[in-house]
Design a protein around this ligand. Structure first.
Ligand code: C2E
Ligand code: CA
Ligand code: CA
Length: 549
């Protein structure tokens, strides 16, 4: 037996392999040593086996045996330098798994074959067929360039993670199988792949974009209806569509474009599908550029970030009772130009940058509150927080610490969180807010009426201020606003009953203000009084309202 089979080197390789098994054959004695993990997984007789190939061939899937033997023979006859082939082989559980087998001959000093050594890697996670749906896997899509003409449709289930967590994995699998069936039934001669997770690809050789849109719309309509027979509630889909052709058929490139398009479709919300375009690519590039610039600003001691302030007036409109701090950012890069919170806040949230920036906002808001509490009577500074910031256990203690540092009365501070975020982990939010309330900080429920948890949140969490969303207010100067008026009336009545203050956002003109007069809002906020302005302009505004002691 060649010493290498028994060496510490082989032991080390054998022990460090899990999905990759190693083997070395002494070609003179035909004795092979396998790693213990391979012995276990393929139920071999032992680590050392003579003439292992006879046994091994019997484990290889009958359909793959010829290919396997041919490849091996090419190495032994010197036609090929390496053994490298993928085939199915039976494991100890009598399941065929995909493996990639690689091996090479090592010759002795006389040029005679001495050892045959190699690895066997399980590639069932990237195997040809998906074990749940039996569709071809995404891995297969990447294996070669696409055809010279066709269209690819990438389909994903919206909020599949929620489906899984709400109804369980078994139900989630049922949904995947249901979608598989519908896709296959409608794909005609196109091929359906399970790309990954909840994403499927329909590969339409010689198909046009229009044909693939039509296919998607058909599938979408079927899926959105409940399937009573299969006991599945309706679900919604999104899709990205990309044409490929002779000069543009690199699989990785096309799939990348499909992913950009599906992400775009999810943002669009109304249409549910997006056809790849340069505009989508440009949007993606801008997003990356902005993300990079945001990260630089954060690293650079928040350079470019600042707060602006928008007054909140009493219902009579004659007293400024509070101001909302709103974040602004100047990238300092002409290529980026103007970038508003609606663009950069979601990016900060998505990248986790909101945690650091949130500390900056909090410190700045409290610093301004410290200055203004000395000058303005019963004046409150509010600032916005994102859900992610509350998940950070250090955030609430940092607020308390900063209040102490600047010697600010906690009741001069309000923390705003949007309604939809309250619902994510209500217990965590409730605990964070309870700590703040213990110190006297006020809590506001922002954008009230836009999520689907309004009353539930009020019921569960002790809220001080409800900020009714602008959508109910901004249209009041137009006709046909009976419903908005009814909503406003009932929210004000309810808040009055439960001792909650109310703020109307989006008061843009005197007509709207007039309509609101009959309701008992505690505060009014909107362009009529002032847009969000810089610190010095805000102070001028306060002077005009003669708010000084
Ligand atoms: P929001 O908290 O609902 O803030 C109110 C938004 O409405 C502000 O937009 C404000 O400028 C705008 N607004 C005020 N009055 C009127 C009006 O009369 N008419 C109209 N059409 N709009 C009015 P802005 O400053 O662009 O902020 C947008 C959103 O970005 C904010 O909505 C908030 O969700 C988020 N945001 C802003 N600053 C921060 C921050 O420091 N932290 C976090 N987490 N989010 C922030
Ligand atoms: Ca707000
Ligand atoms: Ca709001």
């Amino acid at each position: 037996m060649h010493e290498i089979l028994d060496s510490k080197l082989f032991d080390a390789f054998a022990r460090t392999s899990s999905n990759t098994f190693v083997y070395v054959s002494d070609m003179k004695t035909n004795l092979t040593r396998w790693s213990a993990s391979a012995v276990e997984y393929f139920d071999l007789e032992g680590e050392y086996i003579y003439d292992v190939n006879i046994k091994w061939v019997s484990l290889v899937h009958p359909d793959d045996r010829q290919m396997y033997s041919d490849d091996l023979m090419a190495v032994f006859t010197g036609k090929s330098e390496y053994h490298n082939c993928q085939y199915r082989v039976m494991n100890r559980y009598s399941e065929y798994v995909w493996v990639e087998c690689r091996g090479a001959i090592i010759k002795d000093e006389n040029g005679e074959p001495m050892l045959f050594a190699g690895t066997l890697t399980r590639i069932d996670h990237q195997s040809k067929y998906d074990s749940l749906t039996h569709l071809l896997t995404g891995y297969e899509l990447f294996r070669k360039p696409f055809d010279d003409n066709g269209t690819l449709l990438l389909v994903g289930i919206d909020n599949f993670r929620n489906i899984n967590s709400q109804y369980g994995l078994v139900y989630g699998n049922k949904v995947l199988l249901n979608l598989t069936e519908i896709l296959v039934a409608n794909a005609q001669d196109a091929t359906v792949y399970r790309f990954r997770g909840d994403e499927f690809v329909v590969y339409g050789k010689n198909k046009t974009t229009e044909q693939m849109i039509q296919l998607f719309v058909q599938v979408y309509n079927i899926c959105s209806d409940p399937n009573i027979e299969k006991n599945i509630v309706g679900f919604s889909l999104s899709a990205g569509i990309v044409e490929f052709n002779e000069g543009n058929n690199d699989s990785t490139d096309i799939l990348g474009k499909a992913e950009l398009s599906i992400a775009h479709a999810k943002e669009l919300k109304q249409l549910h599908y997006a056809v790849y375009s340069e505009e989508i690519e440009a949007k993606h590039n801008r997003k990356n550029k902005v993300l990079e610039a945001l990260a630089k600003s954060i690293k650079n001691d928040f350079k470019g970030f600042r707060l602006v302030f928008q007054p909140i007036l009493s219902n009579e409109g004659d007293t400024v009772v509070a101001c909302e701090s709103l974040l602004r950012w100047d990238a300092g890069d002409p290529e980026i130009g103007n970038c508003y919170p609606d663009e950069f806040i979601p990016l900060l949230e998505g990248s986790g940058g909101i945690i650091d920036v949130g500390y900056f906002v909090m410190r700045e808001a409290i610093r301004h509150a410290a200055k203004w509490q000395k000058v303005y009577k019963r004046f409150n500074v509010t600032f916005n927080v994102s859900y992610l910031q509350l998940e950070d256990a250090n955030f609430v203690p940092a607020i308390i610490e900063t209040l102490e540092k600047y010697n600010v009365d906690a009741s001069c501070i309000t923390v705003e969180l949007t309604e939809s975020e309250f619902a994510k982990d209500a217990i965590m939010v409730k605990n964070s807010f309870e700590q703040l309330k213990k110190h006297g900080v006020l809590i506001a429920l922002d954008d009230f009426g836009t999520g689907n948890s309004s009353f539930w949140t009020l019921h569960k969490i002790d809220i001080d201020i409800v900020k009714l969303d602008q959508t109910f207010i901004r249209g009041l100067d137009k006709s046909e606003n009976e419903i908005d008026l009814a909503i406003i009336e009932s929210v004000c009545l309810m808040c009055d009953r439960i001792g909650c203050r109310t703020v109307a956002e989006g008061v843009e003109n005197t007509e709207i203000k007039g309509k609101l007069g009959e309701f008992k809002f505690t505060g009014l906020q909107g362009y009529l009084f002032s847009r969000p302005v810089e610190e010095c302009d805000f102070e001028k505004f306060m002077d005009d309202y003669s708010m000084k002691l």
